[in-house]
Design a protein around this ligand. Structure first.
Ligand code: SF4
Length: 220
């Protein structure tokens, strides 16, 4: 079984166990991008608290754009790395307003995937994961985001080398994930990572993937 076949087998196995994930998770490109910036190095609960605080204090992106960076930072403190994240948010909104005349990012959905990813990643603080999540979750592009769960499981299953960085993993996984299945496969891997293949104590005794797992075989 080559890597592509193995990835397809894992996608099929997870789909059988968890169902085929359907639908997009978000419906506004700029909202999703900003929320994903807040998600860096924190958990979903604190990301959501930080995002809710930001939207509460500044109801529109225009309001955020006009606010000073310290005030944005204070508001999103719960999400962690608030100095860096507030700077990213302020700089991106300021740039978007100057570039496009309005704070609307829907047009990236019409761009070719790689061009859109590069377009978003040219900004400090917006990495390949943030761009990929946005394009996959809102635009429906067939692009595979690699978060902490996906990175861990991909190494355990031998999709990518043990020392692979998250950035490099986007490139390598992009070559082997079955075409047209990036988003549902990503979502199922996250659920699998939370329920079974968790970081500290994976539940290998109930896992259907042991035969394909380097970690289980003691090879990692
Ligand atoms: S066998 Fe264990 S480590 Fe491997 S994928 Fe399954 S749960 Fe994760």
């Amino acid at each position: 079984m080559n890597l592509k076949q193995k990835t397809e087998f894992v996608a099929d196995t997870l789909e059988e166990a968890l169902g085929a994930y359907e639908g997009q998770a978000e419906d506004n490109v700029l909202d999703c991008l900003m929320r994903t910036v807040l998600s860096q190095n924190t958990n979903d609960v604190n990301r959501d608290k930080g995002y809710a605080a930001l939207r509460n204090k500044f109801p529109t992106w225009e309001d955020v754009c006009r606010a000073d960076v310290q005030s944005i930072g204070e508001t999103i403190k719960i999400a962690g790395l608030h100095t860096q994240k507030s700077r990213t948010i302020k700089d991106f909104l300021t740039w978007l307003k100057r570039e496009r005349g309005e704070l609307d990012l829907e047009f990236v959905c019409e761009m070719e995937t790689e061009a859109a990813r590069q377009y978003l990643c040219q900004h400090k603080g917006i990495g390949i994961k943030t761009a990929s999540v946005t394009l996959a979750f809102v635009c429906g592009h067939d692009v595979f985001p690699v978060d902490t769960h996906v990175l861990r499981i991909s190494k355990r299953l031998g999709f990518i080398p043990p020392t692979c960085t998250a950035d490099k993993a986007h490139e390598l996984m992009g070559e082997i994930v079955p075409k047209g299945r990036s988003f549902p496969f990503h979502m199922n891997l996250i659920q699998f990572g939370r329920q079974i293949c968790n970081a500290r104590k994976p539940k290998c005794d109930v896992c259907a993937l042991t035969e394909h797992c380097l970690y289980f075989k003691g090879k990692l």
